[in-house]
Design a protein. Structure first.
Length: 290
């Protein structure tokens, strides 16, 4: 019953679900109107400006990770005008359909602004970053202007979510790790790698285990992208390493992922947005934990 209404609300039909299951990613064009995106883009720009107001460094003065993108997480929590996109009913319904779950929660939202001249996003999968027991998470990658080749488009290893080896890649060697040439790994190298241009109004969904990368931004304009990640209800915390979102909720290993920082995104009533958690994370960067 609920699954039917999520399918109707999202417009994600069984053919699209099958494509997502086969490829591990799915481009859906004309998901948003240019008008609604323009409104959200203004709010996200303002939120990113607020979060980065103290940072006057040029790109070359930043570390490699920061040269990949300006990353601002949890924008819905301190910028209420961003929340309607984070909890956009059609987007959340699409996540429920793709995760084949009656109920999904927000895992996180973030702006990923790749500055003009910003470096490539190193190939990685998301799941090894996250302290979750099952790979039942889906990301929605929303370009606020549309992205063409040369401007920082995303690329995906087709079907790589089925490989099932969770190799952590230290993007930009932020943690001082060795670069991992994930695309040359056995089982990965044999699969097609495809760059996907994303026109204005589109969204690309990807599975938490899908290996993906993004081009450098060789244009003169910032590549403005906003992403939301949803998690199937019922997943649990795995591991005890520090991780802001789960630590903030006081979750121990094995506890259900839930709480004010992981609000139910679907099912929800239009316009009824969740209240943000009282404790906020850091303004920018990879981890909330400081
Ligand atoms: O936008 C990018 O450059 C990378 C995005 C990404 O890695 C993700 O959404 O998981």
């Amino acid at each position: 019953m609920q699954a039917d209404s999520a399918a109707t609300m999202s417009g994600i039909n069984p053919l699209l679900v099958d494509r997502f299951k086969a490829d591990g990613f799915l481009l859906v064009e004309d998901f948003f109107t240019a008008g609604e995106l323009g409104k959200y883009a203004k709010s996200i720009d303002a939120a990113v400006r607020f979060r980065t107001a103290d940072d006057n460094r040029s790109l070359s003065d930043k570390n490699l990770y920061e040269q990949t993108f300006i990353q601002c997480k949890g924008l819905w929590e301190d910028h209420s005008s961003v929340a309607p996109l984070t909890f956009h009913l059609r987007l959340c319904a699409a996540a429920a359909v793709l995760l084949e779950s009656d109920c999904v929660r927000l895992w996180h939202d973030q702006a990923l602004y790749k500055e003009a001249g910003g470096r490539q996003t190193d190939a990685h999968a998301d799941f090894p970053f996250w302290p979750v027991d099952e790979p039942r998470l889906v990301s929605a990658w929303i370009p606020l202007d549309g992205v063409r080749l040369g401007g920082g488009v995303m690329g995906y290893v087709q079907g790589s979510h089925k490989i099932g080896r969770d190799l952590f890649v230290d993007i930009g060697q932020l943690r001082g790790g060795d670069p991992v040439a994930l695309l040359q790994e056995p089982e990965v190298a044999d699969r097609p790698f495809v760059w996907i241009e994303a026109p204005l109004g589109s969204v690309i969904f990807h599975h938490a285990r899908t290996i993906h990368a993004a081009e450098a931004n060789d244009t003169n304009a910032t590549r403005r992208v906003y992403t939301t990640v949803y998690i199937a209800d019922g997943c649990r915390r795995k591991g005890q390493g520090s991780s802001f979102g789960v630590d903030r909720e006081g979750l121990a290993e094995g506890d259900l992922i839930a709480g004010t920082g992981f609000p139910v995104a679907w099912p929800r009533i239009e316009g009824n947005l969740p209240a943000p958690p009282a404790i906020r994370g850091p303004k920018t960067g990879f981890e909330f934990a400081e």
